[in-house]
Design a protein around this ligand. Structure first.
Ligand SMILES: C[S@@+](CC[C@H](N)C(=O)[O-])C[C@H]1O[C@@H](n2cnc3c(N)ncnc32)[C@H](O)[C@@H]1O
Length: 371
């Protein structure tokens, strides 16, 4: 496991001019594909249903691209015109690629180190002695991280009852989460409530039912890329915090290799249905705008991407698919784009070389926001 050279920063946000949910995130400058200046639409329709329903066909992607690229498309080099074969990953394909990513990265080990070293102190003050601690996990996936955090909260609040609620739209993930609970005999004094909803649907439902439920601990772990309105989502969940409560956001660091790749290449990739290219830097802008008090813990994490430099390699194919959000990138991307992306992946801002392997910077930022 990689050593964690942690850097802790304490920030008290200044009052900001940005108000009323109008903060624009995904603040990379407007850009164009470094391959050819071809610009994909800056504003894309966000359709949550697409995540779990039928996907746009590659044909409709081609149509979107050609319709919106107008004059630029005229000057496209021939090799770029084959991008109509490129399409974004379906939810199932994303889940498979995500698993391959977890298998070859230290993403979860990095979270474990944060959980072990920092989380106990962070959760110690939750609830100020209450006998019940209310926890809300948003975008919990299969719950691996949630269960670890519940155990840490229990260890700091012996005898307290934990009411854990989960907001997760993917039914398969909820089933896997429930299986994990069945296999955990140590989880006593914990109740689980399931909301098979997106965060937006959960908010809407809570407002319609006029429920003003407050929580002592809310976490949004590696999921903000897929919400409709990031600033609004953070504000909403922050408003759900009780006194002596914390909101934990885990997201890619602005210093990660992802940020560097996205800055240059997001405009060459198929538009994801509801994905945002965001990092902790964007989240900090939102928190500053809210005048929130927060701390950032920067935690190095790495991803071995060596195989994506080997044509035809299966692991390499999954790696490139997850990196680009594209189905079968190795076989559908134009040769020039593939070459340029690989070259960029080997640059120091993205990766380091160690024992003949290429190690991508997957650094995470853990942002702890106080109520
Ligand atoms: C990358 S996974 C992270 C899972 C888990 N938090 C972890 O770190 O292992 C993102 C999760 O967010 C969920 N998700 C996607 N869109 C969402 C939305 N709009 N609201 C809530 N959850 C969402 C996905 O179904 C998926 O389980």
């Amino acid at each position: 496991m990689e050593p964690v050279a942690k850097m802790k920063r304490f920030c008290k946000a200044k009052p900001s001019k940005i108000t009323g949910g109008c903060v624009r995130v995904g603040v990379f400058p407007k850009g164009s594909c470094p391959m050819n200046g071809f610009r994909l639409p800056e504003v894309r329709t966000i359709d949550e249903a697409d995540d779990y329903g039928p996907r746009k066909s590659s044909e409709s992607f081609e149509k979107d691209t050609l319709l919106t690229s107008s004059d630029d498309s005229v000057s496209l080099p021939k090799e770029i015109c084959v991008t109509h074969c490129m399409r974004s990953l379906t939810a199932e394909e994303y889940t498979r690629a995500f698993q391959s990513f977890l298998d070859h990265s230290t993403e979860h080990q990095c979270m474990d180190q944060f959980n072990n070293k920092e989380l106990p102190n962070i959760v110690a003050s939750l609830g100020n002695g209450k006998s019940t601690i209310n926890v809300l996990g948003v975008g919990s996936g299969t719950g691996e991280q949630d269960l670890k955090m519940i155990r840490i909260i229990q260890s700091k609040h012996p005898g307290a009852f934990i009411k854990n609620e989960v907001v997760e739209p993917n039914p398969q993930h909820i089933l896997a989460f429930k299986d994990a609970i069945k296999n955990s005999s140590d989880l006593k004094n914990v109740s689980f409530t399931w909301h098979q909803l997106t965060s937006t649907e959960y908010e809407k439902q809570a407002k319609e039912e006029n429920v003003e439920k407050k929580y002592d601990f809310i976490h949004l772990i590696q999921m903000l890329y897929r919400v409709e309105d990031i600033a609004h989502t953070i504000k909403f969940f922050h408003s759900c915090l009780d006194h002596y409560a914390k909101l934990l956001i885990i997201i890619l660091s602005g210093a990660s290799g992802w940020a560097s790749i996205w800055k240059k290449y997001r405009h060459c990739l198929p538009p994801t249905d509801c994905g945002h290219y965001i990092t902790a830097d964007d989240i900090k802008v939102v928190l500053e705008g809210m005048g929130a008090k927060y701390q950032v813990y920067d935690c190095p994490s790495v991803w071995d991407i060596t195989e994506c430099f080997i044509d035809g390699d299966t692991t390499g194919g999954h790696t490139l698919d997850f990196l680009t959000g594209t189905k079968d990138f190795m076989n559908t991307a134009p040769l020039g784009l593939k070459q340029q992306l690989r070259q960029a992946l080997g640059q120091p801002e993205c990766s380091t070389k160690k024992d003949g392997r290429i190690i991508f910077r997957n650094d995470l930022s853990m942002i702890v926001v106080s109520s």
